[in-house]
Design a protein around this ligand. Structure first.
Ligand code: GTP
Ligand code: MG
Length: 235
């Protein structure tokens, strides 16, 4: 389990406990890797270290904030499992979803949680729903991805898939998920969309500047994919 944490002093301890409890319940051999993404002077790092009691939890940090995508790949490089799960540290996606992801991974190379799967329990105001769907439509048109949602925090991969594609990624702060999934698809792996079986509440309000940066990075991914052919890779 790779869990990025940015300014999460109030949440990360609970998240690690709940995720660990679930993995214990499933009887899996696991490790939880928390990556403090340069949280500035709050208690995130202390809380992350405090949750490293049972030997199955590890915490890493670096001093400069580099964004969620960087944190996830950093955690991956320090991991060992055959199956890798990316999960948000604020538990926006309920930990029960881990079981759903691992189940779907039996028949796929990569599984994503999809907010807009017909069976998903997503709660969103009309404007947030519209923004999410517009972004998805644009991402589909530009990259050719055939997924209903790329942005939700719970994703699982066979280790080989990430080993293969991680070196191909440019990893900018925005549009990381789109880049990751574009590369997975370009390399010929199969992505399954799992429904969010526990309610996901879309609450974040985006600043205009963030939306603009997101579009810019989406265009950059499109350029690397379509013109540079960066994600096809060698061999
Ligand atoms: N915002 C943000 N989150 C980061 C960063 N680095 C790592 N993260 C982690 O990435 C995960 C998702 O970030 P969130 O800010 O919750 O993003 P979100 O779920 O789209 O938005 P919210 O509705 O605000 O929860 C969390 O576990 C964060 O701690 C960063 O630089 N910025
Ligand atoms: Mg969140």
């Amino acid at each position: 389990m790779i869990i990025p944490a940015y300014r999460l002093e109030k949440r990360i301890g609970l998240t690690v406990r709940r995720v660990s409890a679930l993995l214990d319940k499933l009887g899996l051999d696991y490790e939880v890797i928390v990556v403090d993404d340069g949280s500035p002077g709050d208690g995130t790092w202390v809380e992350a270290m405090n949750s490293c009691g049972n030997g199955r939890v590890k915490a890493f940090r670096y001093s400069v904030n580099r964004g969620k995508g960087y944190a996830l790949l950093y955690g991956f490089r320090h991991s060992r499992g055959r199956r890798i799960v990316f999960f948000d540290g604020d538990l926006d996606v309920h930990e029960g979803q881990i079981e759903v992801l691992l189940d779907c991974l039996k028949g796929a190379d990569c599984v994503i949680t999809s907010k807009w799967h017909p069976a998903s329990k997503t709660v969103a105001t009309p404007d947030r729903r519209l923004l999410s769907k517009c972004f998805n439509l644009l991402a589909r048109l530009l990259t050719g991805l055939r997924l209903r949602d790329t942005q939700t925090g719970g994703k699982a991969f066979r280790r080989e898939v990430l080993e293969d594609i991680a070196p191909l990624l440019t990893v900018k702060r925005y549009a990381f998920d789109v880049e990751l999934l574009t590369a997975v698809t370009a390399r010929g792996y199969r992505i399954a969309e799992a429904p969010a079986l526990y309610p996901i509440v879309l609450s974040r309000r985006f600043k205009l500047r963030e939306i603009f940066r997101m579009l810019l990075d989406l265009l950059a991914v499109t350029y690397r994919h379509r013109i540079k052919r960066q994600y096809v890779g060698k061999g």
